[in-house]
Design a protein around this ligand. Sequence first.
Ligand code: COA
Length: 260
Amino acid sequence: MSTLDSGHVQVAVDAGVMTITLARPDKKNALSNAMYGVLADSLERAEADPAIRVVVFQGDGDSFSSGNDLKDFTAQATGAFEGERHVMRFLKNLAKATRPLVAAVHGQAVGVGTTMLLHCDLVFTSPDARLTVPFVNLALAPEAASSLLLPARIGHARAYAMFALGEAVDGTTAVAWGIANAVVPLEDLRARARAAADQLAKRPLGALTVTKRLMRDAEAISALMDKEGELFAQRLQTAEAREAFMAFAERRAPDFSKVG
Ligand code: COA
């Protein structure tokens, strides 16, 4: 077994399975730029190493992920963010991944915590899972090709309510709507995801690879990510978004009546 602990993301490889654990529980596994960097690097490593046949995502603490670190968004909105950004590299690597991706999801799965699941091949949820994509509440726009993948998966009406009203989907509903494969008691969640990954690791990798390629138009997904990314970057610069981020930091409800 090889293990890499990069601060808030732990990466372990064992018997053909790379397990990526989001490990920033005090912030509900909010994803910082550095964490995106490790996630992007890990997916590249998985694609390049024939000994890695499956990737599993899971989260430490009471949640899968509270999504993008809102402090990073604020820094981008105010121009204070410096250095290379890794989020798009991670998303593109999800889009073009040929290795099967498995996720074990419990607690909060906000924003990218949910949209990344649309790139996973097997998803297991615990009953307490709470999937949300509150981009409009944050004055932002859908990302990670979710503007296509989410309505394709669950229908426009449900997807719109999730995007525009921030409606939450629990673990059982996620299965009923086709976002996840099975709802599993929390205490069994990781083991179930691991067992599925172990099964996949025994399958012929070449056949898994072409099956996944045929099932997903990676180029179209990637092109949509670029289009969404442009709009997302524009939205980050708006007065609406600044109000949303300030409201979160000040633990109050946003007031969009005076901005727009
Ligand atoms: N970015 C940065 N910090 C975050 C965060 C995020 N996305 N989500 C949670 N945190 C931090 C909180 O600021 C808090 O930090 P503190 O203890 O230093 O004050 C800590 O994580 C715990 O969060 P808290 O809000 O107290 O937990 P909760 O159980 O009441 O609510 C959430 C959990 C996830 C519903 C709530 O934190 C939330 O809405 N977070 C923002 C999610 C979001 O909008 N993500 C971006 C999507 S694009």
